[in-house]
Design a protein around this ligand. Structure first.
Ligand code: PMT
Length: 395
């Protein structure tokens, strides 16, 4: 595999030497593009000796550019990997800035991009950096790490470059064939809204982001994707076929109609468990009634019906819980009969409903079949859910 290794200027740049060695040991061809600042931390000679290739860093070098142009470098790569990626390089990538050789090559390449951040914990946690990482992830860039621990700057926390072994694995995965090619992934997402009268609805706080992330990642991994979306304000991910619905009954009909085409089903929607028995035909008036009673009837259980009607599809459900999360999720898995259930603690405001990050546990039927996914972007969580679903499919 041809790997373009970008190194940006942080203390973790010294670890890039070990990374080059591991990549070449595994038979990969490595061309290093280092920023000027990276070369303050690690010498071009070391990187050149380890990679067996001249190290490039200058967009305007007559010799470098005549040997191999920045566009040739961009076209050459099977995967572009930046390790370490500093906050500054991440910001430039997120903004599409091309003001040095590394960022120019990243803008020009069509190869998948893997970014391994490393920086001070406060820089990492800064909303600007988090927003930039989210923007990159949404664009399909794979973010590896960082790890938490003692940092070179003396602080403790997230910001350590992840182990080179994990970076190599991420680069190899990124350059591999799309893992969901040939699959048809059916996803439901968002809330449902049950009419009370012509202007009011019963709904919930789901934004649709988790389900949309699953749809987007599945499409990026080569699947054909059918997305049944409740009322949300999100753009349709690239390459995804979207069916908009409002009520649980409509969602059920759309999901069941798409089911025969699907090979893998992920039901992330927050479906209203009840609907108003007889929505009023005209707006309910405030005057006159001190108190009103809405009679609710139970909605269909879409997940249960999907499980009952499936013909070989792997089915993944979610469990949004506020207490005894794991126990309740496991019970739900049993009741619904799906292959996996993604337990989501929605009592925590920083994850779950209407935020960009999530932290879940993927529970399977076996006693020890529990996979904890630490806090990450919903796109990263989506990757792990789809990865796990694919394992089940292959088992
Ligand atoms: O949309 P976001 O803002 O990104 O938030 C994401 C999320 C919190 C909504 C998502 O991660 C999540 O947890 N979705 C499931 C929400 C839910 O309704 O869970 P539940 O435990 O009530 O339902 C269990 C499962 O049955 C879910 O797969 C649900 O889609 C399904 N279900 C529920 C009721 C119903 N009538 N039909 C169903 O199919």
């Amino acid at each position: 595999m041809k790997i373009l290794l970008g190194i940006s200027g942080g203390i973790a740049a010294y670890k890039a030497c070990e990374l080059v060695r591991q990549l070449t040991t595994r038979g990969h061809a490595v061309r290093v593009v280092a920023t000027q600042h990276a070369l303050e931390f690690v010498s071009a000679l070391t990187l050149q000796t380890l990679s067996g290739e001249r190290v490039r860093s200058d967009l305007f070098s007559l010799t470098e550019e005549s040997e191999i142009s920045h566009i040739d470098l961009a076209d050459w790569a099977d995967v572009a990997l930046i390790a370490p990626a500093t906050a500054n390089t991440i910001a430039r990538l997120a903004s599409g800035i091309a003001d040095d050789l590394l960022t120019t090559v990243c803008l020009a390449t069509r190869a998948p991009l893997v970014v391994a951040p490393a920086m001070n914990v406060n820089m990492y946690r800064h909303p600007a950096t988090q927003e930039n990482l989210d923007r990159l992830a949404k664009r399909g860039v794979r973010i590896v790490g960082p790890d938490a621990g003692e940092l070179a700057c003396g602080w403790q926390g997230e910001g350590r470059l992840v182990d080179p072994v994990a970076i190599v694995a991420a680069a190899e995965r990124a350059a591999g064939r799309q893992r969901l090619r040939g699959e048809v992934v059916l996803v439901d997402a968002g809330p449902t809204a049950e009419p009370v009268d012509p202007v009011r609805v019963l709904t919930n706080r789901s934004s649709g982001r988790m389900g949309f992330a699953i749809a987007e990642v599945a499409a990026r991994e080569g699947a054909e994707v059918l997305l049944v979306a409740g009322p949300v304000h999100l753009p349709t991910p690239h390459g995804v076929e979207r069916i908009d619905v409002v009520t649980a009954a409509e969602m059920r009909d759309a999901v069941l109609a798409s089911l025969p085409r699907a090979t893998l089903v992920v039901l992330a929607a927050a479906v209203s468990d009840y609907a108003v028995r007889e929505p009023a035909g005209t707006k309910l008036k405030r005057e006159g009634a001190e108190q009103i009673t809405l009679e609710l009837v139970r909605n269909p259980d879409i997940l249960r019906e999907v499980v009952e009607r499936r013909s070989g599809q792997v089915v993944v459900g979610f469990a949004a819980e506020t207490d005894d999360v794991l126990a309740n999720a496991r019970a739900k898995l049993g009741r619904k009969g799906c292959d996996l259930i993604v337990a989501n603690d929605v009592s925590r405001p920083e994850i779950g409903f209407d935020v960009d990050r999530n932290e879940v546990t993927i529970v399977g039927p076996g006693a020890g079949d529990v996979l904890e996914i630490p806090m990450a972007t919903k796109h990263e969580v989506a990757e792990r859910i789809l990865e796990r679903a694919l394992e089940v499919r292959r088992s």
